[in-house]
Design a protein around this ligand. Structure first.
Ligand SMILES: *Cc1c(COP(=O)(O)O)cnc(C)c1O
Length: 387
């Protein structure tokens, strides 16, 4: 079976975990957590990372740090994984979804501008934060988004869970917004088994995030609380795995980019298939997952039919993230998408739905070798060329 994205061992995991067990630092926090944060900061080049128990926890604390409160509205990219917006609801705030543009598949800046003005008209106040996602590792149009956000004074939480190692104009994703979110879940670029980080701009914000993630215990000889806290710190055992993983991070990113290039070369000539690529030289994806669009007219196949045929051949693929405006739990939330032109016969409401209708994620794990990628390419050709 060729899987989508599996954990890829770096080599030193066992040794570092043994060190933890010998030291009996089997607790949240500890020397490996400090070291992991330090190595993240070095990799990112700027910012202060706080290691946490999950990427979802990082979004929750990022929104909290951004000042989101019950009753607020928070803007979120509609085409994403539910973890990007569930924490909005944990805080008692309300998501407002915005459609993607077709170049990066991320938050459409023009719609963002319109939506903020419209929310201000409808509710009398501005949204409290903006969650932008770098889907599949592809950086969003950050200059445009940050310009709009700063014009209105709205903080930006950058969901870079899939984008560790991606760059926008030479700067690392997770360091572009007010707060950056990383995930070290088993399927991501590197793993701690489960884990995440919130990247803050200042040491003071990082200290506040650590405080909130450690039950918001005030500095007194007894337990004393003035704030609601969480138990969100990363375990020292997980961080030991992370320290080993991060030693190979750059190589993992290079490998995913190479896999993407193999798909581009191998599928470039296949009619009805488009490999999603960096739209400009400003945008440098890590290609966490390589994705394609399949033209139904030209191939006579839907992405799900292709997925099932490939599964029969022992190849795991996955449909794109189903946009949040198409999820029952979020169906009642405001959703902003570009108006359709009158001549369009599309049944989809906006770019996210259009992409979901056509897209497929291909096996992209950094442990896959060139021969396995070749097998995926050949299988795809076979499936798409047989009517
Ligand atoms: C994986 C992921 C998350 C959540 O990270 P966890 O570590 O699994 O909690 C959030 N957003 C996106 C876009 C993700 O892909």
């Amino acid at each position: 079976m060729i899987k989508l994205s599996l954990p890829h061992l770096a080599g030193k995991e066992q040794e570092y975990v043994n060190n933890v067990i010998e030291s009996t630092w089997i607790v949240p926090l500890g020397p490996y957590v400090d070291e992991f944060e330090h190595r993240l900061d070095s990799f990112l080049g700027t910012g202060h990372a706080v290691a946490l128990s999950a990427g979802t926890a990082a979004i929750h604390l990022g929104l909290t740090m951004a000042g989101v409160k019950a009753g607020d509205e928070v803007i979120c990219q509609s085409m994403t994984f539910a973890a990007s917006c569930n924490p909005i609801v944990y805080l008692g705030a309300k998501p407002v979804f915005i459609d993607s543009e077709k170049e990066t598949w991320n938050l459409d800046p023009a719609l963002l501008d319109e939506a903020i003005a419209d929310r201000q008209r409808v509710t009398g106040k501005l949204p409290a934060a903006i969650v932008v996602v770098h889907l599949y590792g592809m950086p969003a149009k950050m200059d445009e988004i940050l310009e709009i956000a700063s014009r209105y004074g709205i903080p930006v939480v950058e969901d870079a869970a899939e984008a560790l190692g991606s760059e926008y104009k030479g700067r690392k994703c997770a360091t572009l917004g007010d707060f950056g979110v990383l995930s070290f879940n088993g399927n991501k670029i590197i793993t701690t088994s489960g884990g995440g980080a919130l990247v803050c701009g200042t040491e003071a914000e990082a200290a506040r995030t650590r405080f909130l993630a450690t039950q918001a215990r005030e500095d007194r000889p007894y337990y004393y609380h003035e704030t609601i806290g969480y138990n969100y710190r990363l375990s020292n055992v997980s961080a030991a795995i992370g320290c080993a993983q991060i030693e190979e991070l750059q190589a993992r990113v290079e490998r995913r980019r190479r896999i993407h290039n193999l798909y581009k070369a191998g599928l470039g000539e296949l009619s009805g298939v488009t490999v999603h690529d960096n739209p400009s030289s400003d945008i440098h994806s890590n290609f966490w997952l390589s994705t394609i669009l399949i033209d139904k007219e030209q191939t006579g196949k839907t992405p799900d039919e292709v997925r099932i045929s490939l599964l029969d051949k022992g190849i795991e693929t996955r449909l794109l993230w189903r946009p949040m405006n198409m999820q029952p739990i979020y169906a009642d939330c405001p959703y902003y998408s570009a108006p359709k032109d009158a001549s369009s016969t599309e049944e989809t409401n906006g770019v996210g739905e259009w992409l979901f209708d056509r897209g497929l994620c291909l096996p992209s794990g950094s442990s896959l070798d060139d021969k396995e990628i070749e097998m995926v390419i050949n299988a795809l050709k076979e499936v798409l060329e047989t009517k």
